[in-house]
Design a protein around this ligand. Structure first.
Ligand code: T4K
Length: 391
């Protein structure tokens, strides 16, 4: 590995990149390969590939147990899981969501002709601000979708109080929050239901996949019907539905990754600790912290670039990309600035000043089981030398 001590060592100034191969945010964690291949052999032997197979059922039970919740309804991905949960809850009209989230939160509503009402976040926590939620309620509002962004659990109590007061449905996009807790209670039991994503880029993955967690027996049953075209036994359709089923191969990946979950969290925690130590000396650079008294998955290394920093967020990202460190500007520029929402609601930014500021100053750095201490120190050296050379 090269040494980065002065501006001439930086790739933006003509030096060779720090890394031969790109370092990705969202590099998949992969559990035991032999165990996975054994599951595949068993799937072939059984010739049962999808449609609520035995591995999907076993996987659902383990995910439900992991989160201390009655039901896990596994799906083909997190977006379809969101769509099904939204429909099963009967949401319509307007639904309040943060703009500062992955676009799927908004699209899952728009796809079903429901209007996402983009609402501002708390700039310190990056999660939906309950006071802002209150101010966005209209007679057309039917629900709120809180997002546990970066795995930091939303203001579940305040949002539930607002939902109860206004007779609204409350659910959570928990795509980032597998294995996270709030006041000791694991994600999965808040609101009417919570939606997980097991996409390849999540610290826990099933290649593609998602699930809805809920303690509501009736809601779970409805979602099980909806993910399988509304079939109740052979030739008997009793509900509108779609194809949201998880396949056996995905569940196999889930089983081996569940076996490795502690080591994956440990790797993320280790990386987070190293990043925190190394970054603490850099002016205007701060690392978003996790509450160590809760269960966290530490899957996102979220950096904020403050006013005291001599360079902009975009300049740092450009410098890192030149070194093959593919830092990401999640979730810039905010859903409200993306199509179709920027054209449909051109003025929504007027009430989203915190969202705009946060989206302009955040970037994410690589973590996960493919990163190690030396790599992190190198990434931070790049930022440090770039800042020093620009001061
Ligand atoms: N709600 C929230 C809050 C979410 O964050 C998400 C998904 C959802 C809902 C919807 O859940 P899913 O329907 O996806 O299950 C990625 C993921 O595609 C997306 O799942 C995730 N959030 C989002 C935060 O990140 P992109 O557009 O950034 O993906 P992409 O292809 O640029 O990949 C990210 C990096 O990971 C790349 O630099 C390459 C690397 N990578 C990617 C894949 C797929 C790998 O190294 N290996 C891989 O296999 O959205």
């Amino acid at each position: 590995m090269k040494v980065i001590e002065s501006p001439e060592d930086l790739a933006i100034n003509g030096a060779a990149p720090a890394f031969d191969q790109p370092l990705h945010v969202g590099r998949p964690n992969i559990g035991n390969r032999e165990a996975f291949l054994k599951y595949i052999e068993e799937i072939f032997d059984r010739r049962w590939l999808t449609n609520n197979g035995p591995l999907v059922q076993a996987f659902e039970q383990r995910v439900a147990d992991h989160h201390g919740v009655r039901h896990c309804v596994a799906m083909c991905n997190g977006t379809v899981a969101l769509e099904i949960a939204i429909r099963a809850l009967g949401l319509e009209g307007e639904v309040i969501i943060p703009s500062y989230t992955f676009i799927a939160t908004a699209h899952a509503l728009n796809w079903q002709a429901i209007t996402p009402i983009f609402t501002d976040i708390n700039p310190a926590t990056h999660i939906l601000d309950p006071d802002a939620v209150r101010s966005m309620i209209t007679p057309r509002t039917t629900g709120i979708i809180g997002v546990h962004l970066w795995g930091r659990v939303a203001h579940v109590e305040a949002l539930q109080a607002i939902a109860d007061e206004h007779d609204l449905k409350l659910m959570f996009d928990a795509a980032h929050a597998f294995g996270c807790s709030y006041k000791g209670t694991m994600v999965g039991s808040f609101g009417a239901c919570e939606v997980l994503s097991f996409h390849a880029t999540k610290f826990f993955n099933t290649f593609e996949g998602g699930a809805v967690l809920t303690n509501d027996d009736e809601l779970a049953e409805t979602m099980r019907l909806m993910r399988n075209f509304g079939f109740s036994g052979m030739d008997n359709v009793i509900h509108p539905g779609t194809n949201g089923k998880m396949i056996e191969v995905a569940a196999a990946m889930g089983m081996v990754n569940l076996d490795a979950i502690d080591s994956m969290v440990e790797a993320n925690h280790h990386n987070y600790t190293i990043y925190r130590k190394e970054l603490s000396y850099l002016p205007g650079i701060s690392l978003l912290s996790y509450d160590e008294s809760e269960h966290n998955n530490y899957q996102y290394i979220v950096i904020e670039v403050g006013k005291e920093c001599p360079v902009t967020r975009d300049q740092i990202v450009q410098c890192l990309h030149a070194e093959n460190v593919l830092a990401r500007k999640y979730f810039w520029p905010g859903c409200h600035n993306m199509k179709p929402y920027s054209a449909l609601y051109p003025h929504s930014g007027l009430v989203l000043s915190n969202t705009q500021q946060v989206a302009d100053r955040v970037f994410l750095l690589p973590t996960g089981t493919t990163m190690n201490t030396n790599m992190i120190q190198m990434v931070v050296s790049v930022i440090r030398v770039f800042l020093e050379s620009s001061a």
